[in-house]
Design a protein around this ligand. Structure first.
Ligand code: NAD
Length: 471
C-alpha cells in the first residue's frame, strides 16, 4: 500500500497547507521543506551460512537549523529513500512542536529483521554505524540516532559501542545515540516513552469539554473504547497506559491479521498468546477479522494507528467509525484521507505532536549523557529531608501523627523515572495547549495538524532568519 503514496509528497502537502499561514519568504519556505543532506549507503554482509548479501541503507538529515539532528533508525524491508526523507522531515516538525532543540533526521536499513540472526543484525548495525561515522553523520553534536520500527535498546547499545570504539577518549561519546539500555547510559522510561506520550496527549485532548462535545464524547479516557494497529513498542505501551487510565481495548490489528472483542481484550494475555503463537489471530474469546486493515474500521471511540505510514487512505477513510484518531505511527493517514475525515468531523491528534514522547525522552537521555549524572541523584535525599521536616512541623502543629505509610508517601523524593515522566507529561500538555491556541489564532479555520505544522514552520523560519543565511 505504501507504494501507492509517495510518503514525502504526503508530508509536503500538509507542509504546503500550513505554509500558506506563515509570513515568510517563499524561497526560504522551500529550503525549510527540503532535506539538507541525504546519504545512501550500500555494504556487503556475510551471512551466517557464508553467502554474501548487499544491504541498502539511508541516513537523512532534514534540517540543520538546530544541531545535533535527531531521529530513529528503522529496520524494515519496505525502507526506501523517499520514506526516510519523509520521516526525517516529520522529525524536524515534531522537535519544533514540542520544543526539543534538535533538527530532524532519520535512518533506515532495508532488511526484514526477522530474517536475520542476532549475530547478523549486530554486524549490520555496527557496519551501518561505521559508515555514518566515516561521513560525519553521527556524533553527540552532529546527528544522534534512536530506535524506530524494527530496532530497540539492543541495536542502540551496538551503535554506542561502535561509536565509542571509533572515538576513544571522547568524553561525551555515549550521547551519540539514545534509546540505549539503562545499564549502557540510557535513561529510565525511554523504552515506553512514545506510548506513554501518546496517552498523555490523548488525555490532554480528551480533557477539553469544548472539543469533546461535537464528537459526542464525555471528557477523560475512562471508559473510552479504543482500537490499536500494531502491538510493537508504540502500540503496546499506548494500549497499556490507555487501559491503566480506564479505557477498554476492543480491537487489535497486527502484521498477520486482527481480532475484535467489544467487551474488552486482556492485553497481557494477548501478548503472551502472540509470543507463543506468533500471531494474535485465534486469541480465545476474540473474533478474528478478515484482514489486518479491517480493525481500523471497527466501532470505537479512539483509533490508534501505531504500525506504518499510509494506512488510512481515501479507500477506507469513509468506513472509519472512530470519533478520534490518535496517530501513534508516523504518517498513518494520507493527506486526502485526512481531509475526508476532517470533513466528517473526526478529530485527529497528529503524529508530529502525539508520538513525540520518544524524541522528548531521548532529549532527556542526551542531557543525562552530557551531564554524566542521573536525574534525581543530587536532590533526592535533600528533598526527602525537607519533606520530613515539613511532616514533623505539621504533626507538632496539629498534635496528630501520620501513619508510617502516609509518611513514606509524603516524604518520597523523586527518582529518575518520576522526573522523566513528569518532564514528558509537562511537554505533552504544554505543546497541546500551544497547538490549540494556534488553531484559535487562525480562527479555527484549520485542523490540529495544520496548526501544529504552522507552529513548527514558524520556529524553523525564525531560526533561519535569526541565524542568518550562511554565505
Ligand atoms: P515496532 O517495530 O516496535 O512495532 C511495529 C508493530 O507493527 C509490530 O508489532 C508489527 O508486527 C506491526 N505491524 C507491522 N506491519 C503491520 C501491518 N501491516 N498491520 C498491522 N500491524 C503491523 O515499531 P514501533 O517503534 O512501535 O513504531 C511504530 C510506528 O511508530 C512507526 O510509524 C514509527 O515510525 C513510529 N514511532 C516510533 C517511535 C519509537 O520510539 N519507537 C517514536 C515515534 C514514532
Amino acid at each position: 500500500m505504501s507504494t501507492e503514496y509517495k510518503f514525502f509528497d504526503e508530508v509536503n502537502k500538509s507542509f504546503d497547507r500550513a505554509a500558506a499561514f506563515v509570513d515568510a519568504d517563499p524561497t526560504l519556505l522551500g529550503q525549510v521543506k527540503r532535506c539538507n543532506s541525504v546519504y545512501y549507503i550500500s555494504f556487503p554482509l556475510r551471512r551466517d551460512d557464508g553467502s554474501i548479501e548487499v544491504i541498502e541503507s539511508w541516513r537523512v538529515e532534514h534540517s540543520h537549523h538546530r544541531q545535533p539532528t535527531k531521529g530513529g533508525i528503522r529496520y524494515a524491508k519496505s525502507v526506501n529513500g523517499d520514506e526516510v526523507m519523509a520521516l526525517a522531515a516529520l522529525m524536524t516538525y515534531k522537535c519544533a512542536v514540542v520544543n526539543v532543540p534538535f533538527g530532524g533526521a532519520k535512518g533506515g536499513v532495508r532488511i526484514d529483521p526477522r530474517r536475520y540472526s542476532e549475530g547478523e543484525l549486530e554486524r549490520i548495525t555496527r557496519r551501518f554505524t561505521f559508515e555514518l561515522w566515516k561521513k560525519h553523520f553521527i556524533g553527540p553534536a552532529i546527528d544522534v540516532p534512536a530506535p524506530d520500527m524494527g530496532t530497540g535498546p539492543r541495536e542502540m547499545a551496538w551503535v554506542a559501542d561502535t561509536y565509542q570504539s571509533l572515538n576513544a577518549g571522547e568524553l561525551n561519546a555515549a550521547a551519540c545515540v539514545t534509546g540505549k539500555p539503562v545499564t549502557q547510559g540510557g535513561v529510565a522510561g525511554r523504552t515506553e516513552a512514545t506510548g506513554r506520550g501518546v496517552v498523555y496527549g490523548l488525555a490532554e485532548a480528551c480533557s477539553i469539554a469544548e472539543d469533546m462535545k461535537p464528537l459526542k464524547l464525555s471528557t477523560g479516557l475512562d471508559g473510552k473504547r479504543f482500537v490499536v494497529q500494531g502491538l510493537g513498542n508504540v502500540g503496546y505501551h499506548a494500549a497499556k497506559y490507555m487501559i491503566e487510565m480506564g479505557a477498554v481495548l476492543v480491537g487489535v490489528s497486527e502484521f498477520k491479521g486482527g481480532i475484535a472483542n467489544p467487551d474488552g481484550i486482556d492485553l497481557e494475555r494477548l501478548m503472551a498468546y502472540r509470543e507463543e503463537q506468533g500471531t494474535v489471530v485465534g486469541f480465545p474469546g476474540a473474533a478474528p477479522l478478515p484482514s489486518s486493515l479491517a480493525a481500523l474500521e471497527l466501532e470505537c471511540d479512539i483509533l490508534i494507528p501505531a504500525a506504518l505510514e499510509n494506512q488510512i487512505t481515501p479507500e477506507n477513510a469513509p468506513r472509519i467509525k472512530a470519533k478520534l484518531i490518535g496517530e501513534g505511527a508516523n504518517g498513518p493517514t494520507t493527506d486526502e484521507a485526512d481531509q475526508m475525515l476532517q470533513r466528517r468531523g473526526v478529530l485527529t491528534i497528529p503524529d508530529i505532536y502525539l508520538n513525540s514522547g520518544g524524541v522528548t525522552v531521548s532529549y532527556f537521555e542526551w542531557l543525562k549523557n552530557l551531564q554524566h549524572v542521573s536525574f534525581g541523584r543530587m536532590e533526592k535525599r535533600f528533598d526527602q529531608g525537607a519533606y520530613r521536616r515539613l511532616v514533623k512541623a505539621m504533626e507538632s502543629a496539629t498534635g496528630k501523627q501520620f501513619s508510617l505509610q502516609e509518611e513514606s508517601i509524603l516524604t518520597r523524593g523523586a527518582e529518575e523515572l518520576d522526573l522523566v515522566n513528569s518532564g514528558l507529561e509537562e511537554t505533552m500538555a504544554f505543546a497541546y495547549q500551544q497547538i490549540r491556541n494556534k488553531r484559535a489564532a487562525l480562527e479555527d479555520k484549520v485542523d490540529l495538524r495544520t496548526a501544529a505544522m504552522v507552529l513548527a514552520i514558524n520556529k524553523v523560519v525564525v531560526s533561519y532568519e535569526e541565524l542568518g543565511i550562511f554565505p
